[in-house]
Design a protein around this ligand. Structure first.
Ligand code: GDP
Ligand code: MG
Length: 183
Protein backbone atom coordinates (compact mmCIF):
# COMPACT_ATOMS: atom_id res chain seq x y z
CA UNK A 1 0.00 0.00 0.00
CA UNK A 2 1.59 3.23 -1.11
CA UNK A 3 0.35 6.80 -1.19
CA UNK A 4 0.38 10.03 0.80
CA UNK A 5 -0.53 10.16 4.47
CA UNK A 6 -4.23 10.28 5.29
CA UNK A 7 -5.55 8.88 2.00
CA UNK A 8 -6.87 5.69 3.59
CA UNK A 9 -4.17 3.06 3.04
CA UNK A 10 -4.67 1.63 6.52
CA UNK A 11 -8.45 1.90 6.37
CA UNK A 12 -8.51 -0.01 3.05
CA UNK A 13 -6.14 -2.66 4.39
CA UNK A 14 -8.12 -3.14 7.61
CA UNK A 15 -11.40 -3.21 5.71
CA UNK A 16 -10.03 -5.93 3.45
CA UNK A 17 -8.50 -7.86 6.36
CA UNK A 18 -11.31 -7.67 8.90
CA UNK A 19 -14.36 -6.28 7.09
CA UNK A 20 -14.48 -3.28 9.37
CA UNK A 21 -13.96 0.45 8.95
CA UNK A 22 -11.40 1.66 11.47
CA UNK A 23 -11.76 5.43 11.79
CA UNK A 24 -8.49 6.10 13.57
CA UNK A 25 -5.29 4.27 12.91
CA UNK A 26 -1.80 5.42 13.89
CA UNK A 27 -0.71 7.35 10.77
CA UNK A 28 3.00 6.82 11.44
CA UNK A 29 2.71 3.07 11.67
CA UNK A 30 3.79 0.67 8.94
CA UNK A 31 2.42 -2.80 9.47
CA UNK A 32 2.16 -6.08 7.64
CA UNK A 33 -0.73 -8.49 7.36
CA UNK A 34 -1.37 -11.91 5.92
CA UNK A 35 -4.67 -13.22 4.65
CA UNK A 36 -5.77 -16.47 3.11
CA UNK A 37 -7.83 -15.68 0.03
CA UNK A 38 -9.86 -17.78 -2.37
CA UNK A 39 -8.84 -16.38 -5.70
CA UNK A 40 -11.09 -17.82 -8.43
CA UNK A 41 -11.16 -21.31 -6.88
CA UNK A 42 -7.46 -21.14 -6.08
CA UNK A 43 -6.49 -20.73 -2.45
CA UNK A 44 -3.57 -18.44 -1.82
CA UNK A 45 -2.00 -16.16 0.73
CA UNK A 46 -1.50 -12.47 0.35
CA UNK A 47 1.01 -10.50 2.38
CA UNK A 48 0.12 -6.84 2.64
CA UNK A 49 2.58 -4.19 3.68
CA UNK A 50 0.72 -1.07 4.75
CA UNK A 51 3.37 1.62 4.53
CA UNK A 52 3.13 4.87 6.46
CA UNK A 53 3.94 6.82 3.30
CA UNK A 54 6.46 8.93 5.13
CA UNK A 55 9.25 6.44 5.64
CA UNK A 56 12.12 8.34 7.15
CA UNK A 57 14.90 6.77 5.20
CA UNK A 58 14.96 6.28 1.47
CA UNK A 59 16.80 2.98 1.98
CA UNK A 60 13.93 1.59 4.07
CA UNK A 61 11.38 2.78 1.55
CA UNK A 62 13.33 1.26 -1.33
CA UNK A 63 13.52 -2.05 0.52
CA UNK A 64 9.76 -2.01 0.93
CA UNK A 65 9.42 -1.47 -2.80
CA UNK A 66 11.85 -4.27 -3.61
CA UNK A 67 9.85 -6.68 -1.49
CA UNK A 68 6.61 -5.85 -3.34
CA UNK A 69 5.22 -8.01 -6.12
CA UNK A 70 2.38 -5.57 -6.72
CA UNK A 71 1.28 -2.12 -5.62
CA UNK A 72 -1.97 -0.43 -4.72
CA UNK A 73 -1.18 3.25 -5.17
CA UNK A 74 -3.80 5.16 -3.21
CA UNK A 75 -4.86 8.80 -3.30
CA UNK A 76 -7.86 10.57 -1.84
CA UNK A 77 -10.51 11.75 -4.28
CA UNK A 78 -10.96 14.70 -1.90
CA UNK A 79 -7.36 15.88 -2.02
CA UNK A 80 -5.71 17.02 -5.25
CA UNK A 81 -2.24 17.02 -3.73
CA UNK A 82 -2.46 13.33 -2.88
CA UNK A 83 -3.39 12.64 -6.52
CA UNK A 84 -0.43 14.65 -7.81
CA UNK A 85 1.80 12.85 -5.36
CA UNK A 86 1.00 9.44 -6.89
CA UNK A 87 3.37 10.31 -9.74
CA UNK A 88 6.25 10.43 -7.29
CA UNK A 89 5.36 7.01 -5.84
CA UNK A 90 5.03 5.56 -9.31
CA UNK A 91 8.39 6.99 -10.41
CA UNK A 92 10.18 5.78 -7.31
CA UNK A 93 8.77 2.27 -7.60
CA UNK A 94 9.63 1.96 -11.30
CA UNK A 95 13.10 3.30 -10.65
CA UNK A 96 13.86 1.01 -7.71
CA UNK A 97 12.50 -2.08 -9.46
CA UNK A 98 13.75 -0.97 -12.85
CA UNK A 99 10.43 -2.21 -14.18
CA UNK A 100 7.42 -0.36 -15.58
CA UNK A 101 5.26 -3.44 -15.92
CA UNK A 102 5.06 -4.40 -12.25
CA UNK A 103 1.43 -5.11 -11.18
CA UNK A 104 0.11 -1.73 -10.14
CA UNK A 105 -3.37 -0.30 -9.56
CA UNK A 106 -4.31 3.32 -9.01
CA UNK A 107 -6.97 3.71 -6.33
CA UNK A 108 -9.06 6.84 -5.77
CA UNK A 109 -10.30 6.37 -2.20
CA UNK A 110 -13.02 8.10 -0.13
CA UNK A 111 -15.53 7.80 -2.96
CA UNK A 112 -18.31 8.05 -0.33
CA UNK A 113 -17.47 11.71 0.32
CA UNK A 114 -19.08 12.84 -2.94
CA UNK A 115 -19.62 16.47 -1.94
CA UNK A 116 -15.94 16.90 -1.07
CA UNK A 117 -14.65 15.45 -4.29
CA UNK A 118 -11.73 17.30 -5.93
CA UNK A 119 -10.29 14.82 -8.41
CA UNK A 120 -12.33 13.84 -11.47
CA UNK A 121 -12.60 10.28 -12.75
CA UNK A 122 -11.38 11.55 -16.10
CA UNK A 123 -8.11 12.89 -14.74
CA UNK A 124 -7.45 9.73 -12.75
CA UNK A 125 -8.31 7.50 -15.70
CA UNK A 126 -5.96 9.50 -17.92
CA UNK A 127 -3.16 8.98 -15.41
CA UNK A 128 -3.83 5.25 -15.23
CA UNK A 129 -3.86 5.03 -19.01
CA UNK A 130 -0.52 6.76 -19.13
CA UNK A 131 0.85 4.17 -16.72
CA UNK A 132 -0.92 1.34 -18.48
CA UNK A 133 -2.60 0.24 -15.27
CA UNK A 134 -6.14 -0.13 -13.92
CA UNK A 135 -7.97 2.57 -11.99
CA UNK A 136 -10.61 1.95 -9.34
CA UNK A 137 -12.63 4.28 -7.15
CA UNK A 138 -13.09 2.85 -3.69
CA UNK A 139 -14.35 3.60 -0.23
CA UNK A 140 -12.81 2.03 2.84
CA UNK A 141 -15.87 3.27 4.69
CA UNK A 142 -18.63 1.70 2.59
CA UNK A 143 -16.44 -1.16 1.32
CA UNK A 144 -17.06 -0.25 -2.32
CA UNK A 145 -14.38 -1.81 -4.53
CA UNK A 146 -12.17 -2.78 -1.60
CA UNK A 147 -12.25 -6.50 -2.31
CA UNK A 148 -12.02 -5.80 -6.06
CA UNK A 149 -8.88 -3.70 -5.62
CA UNK A 150 -6.99 -6.40 -3.75
CA UNK A 151 -8.28 -9.30 -5.84
CA UNK A 152 -7.59 -7.54 -9.14
CA UNK A 153 -4.04 -6.88 -8.03
CA UNK A 154 -3.61 -10.47 -6.88
CA UNK A 155 -4.81 -11.75 -10.24
CA UNK A 156 -2.29 -9.54 -12.00
CA UNK A 157 0.49 -10.85 -9.76
CA UNK A 158 -0.58 -14.43 -10.41
CA UNK A 159 -0.75 -13.85 -14.17
CA UNK A 160 2.72 -12.42 -14.17
CA UNK A 161 4.12 -15.32 -12.16
CA UNK A 162 2.51 -17.81 -14.51
CA UNK A 163 3.98 -16.01 -17.49
CA UNK A 164 7.41 -15.96 -15.89
CA UNK A 165 7.15 -19.68 -15.17
CA UNK A 166 6.07 -20.44 -18.72
CA UNK A 167 9.00 -18.35 -19.92
CA UNK A 168 11.46 -20.22 -17.71
CA UNK A 169 10.01 -23.51 -18.93
CA UNK A 170 10.54 -22.36 -22.47
CA UNK A 171 14.24 -22.06 -21.95
CA UNK A 172 14.84 -25.48 -20.52
CA UNK A 173 12.17 -27.41 -22.35
CA UNK A 174 8.39 -27.23 -22.54
CA UNK A 175 6.15 -29.94 -21.16
CA UNK A 176 3.63 -31.03 -23.71
CA UNK A 177 1.25 -33.86 -23.04
CA UNK A 178 3.64 -35.60 -20.72
CA UNK A 179 6.72 -35.29 -22.88
CA UNK A 180 9.38 -32.72 -22.57
CA UNK A 181 10.22 -30.73 -25.64
CA UNK A 182 13.74 -29.36 -25.58
CA UNK A 183 14.17 -26.13 -27.47
P1 GDP B 1 -3.38 6.41 5.73
O1 GDP B 1 -2.51 7.46 6.38
O2 GDP B 1 -3.27 6.47 4.24
O3 GDP B 1 -3.16 5.04 6.27
O4 GDP B 1 -4.91 6.83 6.04
P2 GDP B 1 -5.90 6.22 7.16
O5 GDP B 1 -6.36 4.88 6.76
O6 GDP B 1 -5.27 6.36 8.50
O7 GDP B 1 -7.14 7.22 6.99
C1 GDP B 1 -7.02 8.61 7.22
C2 GDP B 1 -8.37 9.19 7.61
O8 GDP B 1 -9.28 9.07 6.53
C3 GDP B 1 -9.01 8.47 8.80
O9 GDP B 1 -9.65 9.41 9.60
C4 GDP B 1 -10.01 7.54 8.14
O10 GDP B 1 -11.10 7.28 8.99
C5 GDP B 1 -10.42 8.34 6.91
N1 GDP B 1 -10.80 7.48 5.78
C6 GDP B 1 -10.06 6.51 5.20
N2 GDP B 1 -10.69 5.95 4.17
C7 GDP B 1 -11.89 6.58 4.07
C8 GDP B 1 -13.03 6.45 3.20
O11 GDP B 1 -13.07 5.65 2.26
N3 GDP B 1 -14.09 7.28 3.43
C9 GDP B 1 -14.09 8.18 4.44
N4 GDP B 1 -15.18 8.94 4.60
N5 GDP B 1 -13.05 8.34 5.27
C10 GDP B 1 -11.96 7.55 5.10
MG1 MG C 1 -1.74 4.36 7.66
Amino acid sequence: MVGSGGVGKSALTLQFMYGDFIEEYDPTKADSYRKKVALDTQECFVDILDTAGQEEYAAIRDNYYRSGEGFLCVFSLCETESFEHTQEFRDQICRVLDDETVPFILIGNKADLTSQRKVSSRDAEAKAKQWNCAYLEASAKTRVNVEEAFLTLMRKIRERKEKAQAGAGGETGKKEGGCCRLL
